[in-house]
Design a binder for this molecule. Structure first.
Ligand code: TTP
Ligand code: MG
Length: 241
C-alpha cells in the first residue's frame, strides 16, 4: 500500500454550491488504524465529510492531507482507488459469487477471495449456496438476503485491502443474528485500517477512538463515548434519548 491511512482536515470549509457553505471550519486528525465515528441529526453533514475524504469534490477553503501530503495535488481517480471504500449500496452484478468478490481487486486469486470471504464472515453462507463460490448471482443480487449482500460487500472491501474505510451504516432492518454476523465481519475488516463510520445506531460507535458530534455543518463535540457522556451535552442527550 502507498498510504498508511492517516487523514487530516485543517480548517475545511465546503459547499456543494459555493454560495451555500454546508461544512464550517472542520478540523480532525485520524491516526492510521483509528476508528472515527460521526453522529448527528439528518442534514448535519456526515455524508458530506465522507464525500470530501474521498475527494469527490474540491473544497472552498482549508486543507485535506493524507500521510501529510496535501491531496489537492493528487488526481482524484487515483485517490479513490487507494484510500476509501464506501460500504453502503454495494453494486452486485450478474456473475459468480467469486467474481463479485474479486471486483474489489481484479487480479485477486481465488485463494485471496476466499480468505477475504472468511475474514468477512461470509464463507459459511457461501458454502451453503447451491454452487458455493460458483453460484451465479442475479444482477441486483436479489437471490441473496440483505444481510448476505452486506457480507459480500465486506468481502469485496477486504480483498481490495484499502488503508482506510468509509462505512455509512445501513439503517436497514436485518434480523439480529445476521446483524451480529455483519457487525463481526465489519470489525474484522476495520482492524488495522483507519475507519470513518457514520453511525445510525449509537451502540456501534461506543468503541470509537473519537466520536464527532455534528450539527448544521459543524463538529460541536468530540471525544470518546465516556468523555462525551461526562460532558453531558448533545451526545449525552442523544444517548439518553
Ligand atoms: P449530508 O452531508 O447529506 O447530511 P447527513 O449525511 O448528516 O444527513 P443524513 O443523516 O440524512 O444522511 O447533508 C449536509 C447538507 O448538504 C444538507 O443541507 C444537504 C446538502 N447536500 C447537497 O446539497 N448535496 C449532496 O450531494 C449531499 C450529500 C448533501
Ligand atoms: Mg448521510
Amino acid at each position: 500500500r502507498e498510504l498508511t491511512g492517516e487523514v487530516e482536515f485543517e480548517n475545511v470549509d465546503f459547499g456543494y454550491n459555493p454560495d451555500k457553505i454546508v461544512l464550517h471550519d472542520i478540523n480532525m486528525y485520524a491516526k492510521p488504524g483509528q476508528k472515527i465515528a460521526f453522529v448527528g441529526s439528518t442534514g448535519a453533514g456526515k455524508t458530506t465529510i465522507t464525500n470530501l475524504i474521498n475527494r469527490f469534490y474540491d473544497i472552498q477553503d482549508g486543507k485535506i492531507r493524507y500521510d501529510n501530503i496535501n491531496i489537492g495535488k493528487i488526481r482524484k481517480p487515483d485517490l479513490r482507488r487507494s484510500l476509501g471504500i464506501v460500504l453502503q449500496d454495494t453494486h452486485l452484478f450478474t456473475g459468480t459469487v467469486m467474481d463479485n468478490i474479486r471486483y474489489g481487486k481484479l487480479d485477486a486469486t481465488d485463494e485471496e477471495c476466499i480468505k477475504a470471504a472468511k475474514l468477512a464472515n461470509a464463507h459459511d453462507f457461501i458454502k451453503r449456496l447451491p454452487d458455493g463460490y460458483n453460484t451465479v448471482l442475479t444482477g441486483d443480487g436479489s437471490n441473496l438476503s440483505q444481510g448476505q449482500r452486506q457480507l459480500l460487500a465486506i468481502a469485496r472491501a477486504a480483498v481490495a485491502d484499502p488503508p482506510a474505510l468509509i462505512l455509512d451504516e445501513a439503517t436497514s432492518s436485518i434480523d439480529t443474528r445476521t446483524e451480529a454476523m455483519v457487525s463481526r465481519g465489519m470489525d474484522a475488516l476495520m482492524e488495522g485500517r483507519t475507519s470513518f463510520v457514520i453511525a445510525h445506531r449509537l451502540s456501534t460507535v461506543k468503541d470509537a477512538d473519537c466520536i464527532m458530534v455534528m450539527e448544521q455543518g459543524r463538529i460541536i463535540e468530540r471525544g470518546t463515548h465516556d468523555q462525551l457522556i461526562d460532558m453531558k451535552g448533545r451526545y449525552y442527550q442523544l444517548y439518553t434519548g
